[in-house]
Ligand binder design. Sequence first.
Ligand SMILES: Nc1ncnc2c1ncn2[C@@H]1O[C@H](COP(=O)(O)OP(=O)(O)OP(=O)(O)O)[C@@H](O)[C@H]1O
Ligand SMILES: [Mg+2]
Length: 233
Amino acid sequence: MLKIEGLKAGYGKREVLHGINLEIKENFTYLLVGPNGAGKSTLLKTIAGFLRPEEGKIYFKGEDITFLSPAERSKRKIGYFFQGGEVFRNLTVKENLEIAGLSLERKELLSRIEVIYELFPKLKKLKNRRAGLLSGGERHQLSLGMIFLKKPEFILLDEPSAGLAPSVVKEVLLAIKKMKEMDSVTILLVEQNISEGLKISDFVYPMKTGKIISSAVPVKEFKLDMMEEIFFK
Ligand SMILES: Nc1ncnc2c1ncn2[C@@H]1O[C@H](COP(=O)(O)OP(=O)(O)OP(=O)(O)O)[C@@H](O)[C@H]1O
Ligand SMILES: [Mg+2]
């Protein structure tokens, strides 16, 4: 579904991604694991189209999308949750979801909103509350709901559970898993809570100082010594 070849990108003169190669197969979840500063967010940002690569190619379903805008990628059903998440604070939960689904037909939008309420029951209870008044965890769930609403085929998730209480982390990851079963989506996930992340993933891509250091490792074969290699060597 996604293929990246020799991708180099960075900020100004500073190169952060030093030639990334990776391949993502449809309907699987890939966990990107690497220390702080490895370039995980930079890679997701580049795939989403918010950062222009200096070199290399990104193919989505066979199409070269390397230089498409984020909006054009979104039209191709690529969803992006960036570190921190974002919502319109002056609008209610329901209005936020409606805005996220502007491209859908009204009938589909309404049924999709019900699906999101099923995934995140808390959002249903809070549907008339202004997003600016939500707790951090609730806002996170809304932000994820806004991404799922558009029925993406491929989702980039940058730390969807960061800063949340352990019980909410489980809730959010469970919602991702449920959504995957419901809509059969492909996911590239960054998650600091690696043991929780592994539970909902099929493969691991180990990343270190701007490089993917191995081909995709099936979760069952991902062992402690690989963690040491990634984090301590
Ligand atoms: N907007 C920016 N401008 C300049 N440098 C940046 C910018 N964002 C990130 N960097 C640098 O790029 C490198 C990779 O950062 P990135 O955020 O991709 O790492 P990460 O793997 O996501 O880390 P973390 O686990 O802490 O989220 C870091 O050295 C960081 O300081
Ligand atoms: Mg990051």
